[in-house]
Each structure stands twice: as C-alpha cells, then as structure tokens.
Ligand binder design. Structure first.
Ligand code: MN
Length: 263
C-alpha cells in the first residue's frame, strides 16, 4: 500500500469514528488499529481531482420508471418507493475510454443489465426535506445494477430476500464520480444502454417516478444517511439478458459512457 492510500484510509477511518461519536460501540476502528490481515476499502475516483470518493453504502431504488415497473409485473401508480442494498465491495470500477472485463457470475442463466444514474453523497442526515435533499449530493456517475434475474424472481416467488439476485460480487459496475460543481444535477437527459452496438434501453431521466431529491428524502426516513453513501436511482424499461462476449455501453447525457464486456 502506498503512502497516499494509507493516509487516505486513515482519514476515512478517523472520519468514521467522528461520525459515531456518542455511540457506546464505535463501528469503525481507528486507522492505526493492528489487524491480522488487510481489507480493501472501496473507493471511486473523482473526476478532476486526485482525491478518491470513499464508499460507505450502496443503496438502490426498485422500479423507479413506470414502464420498467410494468415490465416487472407491478402497478407503478400505487407503489411507494422501495430500496435494497448491495455490499460496498460489489463496485467494479469502469474508467471512461476503457473496456472492463466483467465475469459472468455463477448460478444464473438469465443475467440482466440495468443502466442507472448514481448519486454520490458527501453529507448525511435523517428525515431530509425534499428541498434540502440535493444539498447532500457530491456528484454523479453512470452505473449498472447487474441482476441475476432468474434468482431474483425465484426468491421473490418464495417471499425470500432478493439478495442472491442483486447483491453479489461485482454486481455494481460504475464510472468515476463527476462533482456537482462540474456537471450540475441531473433532472432530465437521455439514459440508454447498448449491447453489441444495438440500443436496448433508451429513456429519459425525467421519466423517474421518484426524483433523486425524493429518493434521498424517502431513504433518510428509513436510514440515517452518511457521507460516502451512493444511490442507484433505478433503471428504465427494456432490461434484458447478456451472455459471455457481449459488450454493454452505458450512456447518460452529460457523463462519459462506460464500456463493460461480459467474459
Ligand atoms: Mn435497478
């Protein structure tokens, strides 16, 4: 580990202790703690900076575009938003201009793409009002909520947790984070995904049922949000399968594309 990364980890750990001041049991150990082995922290590059964005939690909203909710078999007009999480180390970094190899995961025979706008938070809180919610956002990225659809459906049918369908290794490919100071907020704009050059998903961010601000406000009623949390804001309609060899190209107007090859 180089010195810069070491000092970054220390900074992150110290911030973690500060964030839980007052708790009887700190959940984050000091960066100076002696450990029998090392565990990597998940970090995402920040465009235009040598700093990295340390990821604390990955939240995802379900069925946030009406046409996608319908294709999943639900009625979007009657459903409040719902959320799930992926493990932090599910992140697979995809730098613009490069094609990243993405291993086809085990157990599935129906592996789906979901192109999504990702909001990255640098502030937290509880019960954030809508009109203050975007103040928490540090930046945005293009992400894929990769899904073992067959396992997700099978578990849903059995009224069991979705986790095996959604929260597995490398299930969260993502591009670097673009600060709001450079790219602003995303309330509309094209969002699309091609497979092998053919457009599969094609919609507009304004079709989201719950805006990023509404998602943050709703999430903060259920969880105390913290700096480092990121939110996958849902996928439009026409999700579908990929197989080994397929090239996925994710696009959101105003951000560079991400290229991911299933291997
Ligand atoms: Mn999704």
């Amino acid at each position: 580990m180089d010195d810069r990364r070491r000092s970054l980890l220390k900074t992150v750990a110290t911030a973690g202790v500060g964030a839980v001041a007052g708790c009887a049991l700190p959940t984050t150990a000091s960066g100076d703690a002696k450990t029998p082995f090392k565990v990597a922290h998940t970090m995402i590059p920040i465009v235009g900076s040598s700093d990295m964005f340390p990821v604390r939690r990955i939240y995802c909203i379900g069925r946030n575009y009406a046409a996608h909710a319908r294709e999943m078999g639900s009625d979007p007009t009657r459903e409040p938003p719902f959320f799930f999480q992926k493990p932090t180390d599910a992140i697979q970094l995809v730098m613009p201009g490069k094609t990243v190899d993405h291993p086809y995961p085990p157990l599935t025979k129906n592996y789906h793409y979901e192109i999504e706008l990702v909001a990255a938070l640098s502030k937290g809180g509880r019960n954030i009002p809508m009109d203050k919610a975007l103040d928490l956002v540090f930046g945005y990225a293009v992400g894929l909520d990769m899904t073992r659809r067959d396992l997700q459906r099978a578990m849903g049918d059995q009224k069991k947790p979705w986790e095996i369908g959604k929260s597995f290794d490398r299930s969260a490919p993502i591009g670097p984070i673009h600060p709001v100071s450079n790219v602003g907020h995303f309330k509309q704009g094209a969002i699309s995904l091609k497979v092998n050059g053919t457009v599969k998903q094609n919609s507009n961010l304004k079709q989201m049922i719950w805006s990023v601000a509404e998602q943050i406000s709703k999430l903060s009623e259920a969880f105390e949000l913290q700096p480092g949390d990121i939110i996958y804001s849902g996928t439009p309609e026409n999700v579908g399968p990929v197989v080994r060899g397929d090239l996925m190209q994710g696009h959101i107007d105003g951000l560079p594309d991400i290229n991911v090859r299933v291997v």
